[in-house]
Design a protein around this ligand. Structure first.
Ligand code: GSH
Length: 232
């Protein structure tokens, strides 16, 4: 039973799932969707009209964080969630933080056109990064290479796609990773060494072009609309 993944190379959420498939060595078939021109049949496949979606046997599963946990359970080796309830709770806290705090601020800052509001959002993004540094990786990684210690986990794969796209915020909004985020910087460098990451990495220019419509706030898709409305 090969897994089918409907994906778009620009999409950071699909990126998470592609990394999970590669890290777990799962056989998969990738169907690239042009998000600017979605095929008519796509609404039959994707209940939210978004990527990623996977099909596995008779199941269709959507939402990247849920897909990734599904894949980790359906294909147990190598495990990408920790073993104890406490550690699994920690992993889910940081996956939730990524989805509900970090990612919306990233998009809102990119789409905001008003300079004063951009400054507020920049501050918010920096606070989030410092919180990730001090409350997250600095305490949990135990000087290891990854978010939760020595082993790669879904937390790493959940955040990484936005770091590959950090060049967008640097270029369009002049933000960089704060100097005091040294654990995050090391973590980012460690992830860049992984084969899975190298295998599907895109150059900065690809993202700068693809996200131009976000940066001038003319992006029309569902995600852009949802992120405009998201509370941060
Ligand atoms: N919460 C979803 C977000 C997925 C998402 O927003 N995907 C975007 C591409 S990055 C999409 O397919 N958008 C369709 C659209 O904008 O019309 C997940 O985690 O899977």
């Amino acid at each position: 039973m090969t897994v089918k993944i409907y994906s778009a190379s620009v999409c950071p959420f699909a990126h998470r799932t592609r990394l999970t498939l590669l890290e777990k060595g799962i056989d998969f078939e990738l169907i690239e969707i042009d998000l600017n021109n979605k095929p008519d049949w796509f609404s039959q496949v994707s209940p939210y009209g978004k990527v990623p979606v996977i099909q596995h046997g008779n199941y269709t599963i959507w939402e990247s964080a849920i897909i990734n946990e599904y894949l980790d359970e359906a294909f147990p080796e190598p495990p990408l969630m920790p073993q104890t309830p406490r550690d699994r709770a920690m992993a889910r806290i940081w996956i939730d933080f990524a989805n509900n705090k970090f990612v919306p601020v990233f998009y809102k800052l990119l789409m905001e056109q008003d300079q004063a509001k951009q400054e507020e959002l920049k501050q918010k993004l920096i606070e989030n990064l410092q919180f990730m540094e001090t409350e997250g990786i600095r305490q949990l990684s135990d000087n290891g290479s990854y978010w939760l210690g020595n082993g790669l986990s879904l937390v790493d794969l959940t955040f990484y796609p936005w770091f590959e796209r950090f060049c967008i915020l640097e270029h369009y909004r002049g933000v960089s990773l704060p100097d005091d985020c040294s654990f995050l910087r090391n973590w980012w460098n460690n992830l860049l060494q992984r084969e899975s990451v190298k295998q599907i990495q895109n150059p900065s220019q690809f993202y700068l072009n693809q996200y131009q419509k976000y940066a001038n706030n003319t992006a029309q898709g569902k995600t852009a609309q949802e992120m405009r409305e998201a509370a941060v």
